[in-house]
Design a protein around this ligand. Structure first.
Ligand SMILES: *[C@@H]1O[C@H](CO)[C@@H](O)[C@H](O)[C@H]1NC(C)=O
Ligand SMILES: *[C@@H]1O[C@H](CO)[C@@H](O)[C@H](O)[C@H]1NC(C)=O
Ligand SMILES: *[C@@H]1O[C@H](CO)[C@@H](O)[C@H](O)[C@H]1NC(C)=O
Length: 150
């Protein structure tokens, strides 16, 4: 059953040409993810090195006008969500997004820092964008596996 759900998730958000890395939608509400890319990573899981910063670009379409946008990132370790450090949680700043957003398609560009202290394990990353700092509508949520390497 889980596999069937996953397959449907992939079909809904990707086709082979456009989906640069494999992502699963984890509850996008007012938006829809079109594409997620990480430089030099063409297949999942991306190998990300401790102590390095990685640009993550997310192309999404929103059907809501939002004047504020905040990002949250988690790693899922043993089915527990652990917050990941995000240098800039305000997604209106230095992200390529010009707030307020209107309805339409945008590319959000952010940096994921793989801190030196993160363990060298495979982990599922969940990335969420909300239209308020707390209790906002979820614009998008995607999940993708990464392999942290030393
Ligand atoms: C990510 O987006 C930025 C800003 O739009 C762009 O300059 C950069 O080339 C993009 N990188 C990738 C890997 O798509
Ligand atoms: C991507 O790979 C190229 C060639 O291997 C390398 O020169 C470049 O620094 C890499 N970029 C990133 C962001 O790791
Ligand atoms: C990663 O980004 C942080 C915050 O901008 C910066 O302090 C750090 O030097 C960067 N690390 C690398 C390896 O570029």
């Amino acid at each position: 059953m889980k596999y069937i759900l996953l397959a449907i998730g992939f079909l809904a958000i990707c086709n082979v040409v456009r989906c640069e890395i494999t992502v699963k939608d984890c509850g996008s509400k007012v938006g829809k993810i079109n594409k997620v890319s990480v430089p030099n990573c063409t297949k999942s899981p991306c190998s990300l090195h401790q102590g390095q910063n990685y640009t993550v670009n997310v192309t999404f379409t929103t059907k809501e006008a939002s004047d504020k946008i905040f990002a949250k990132v988690y790693g899922i370790v043993d089915s527990i969500r652990v917050p990941f450090f995000l240098n800039q949680p305000n997604a209106c700043i230095a992200s390529g997004l010009k707030c307020p957003l209107k309805l339409g398609t945008y590319t959000y560009s952010s940096t994921l820092a793989i801190l030196k202290g993160y363990p060298a394990i495979k982990v599922d990353v969940q990335w969420e964008l909300f239209d308020a700092k707390e209790k906002g509508n979820m614009i998008f949520c995607f999940e993708t596996p990464i392999q942290i390497v030393g």
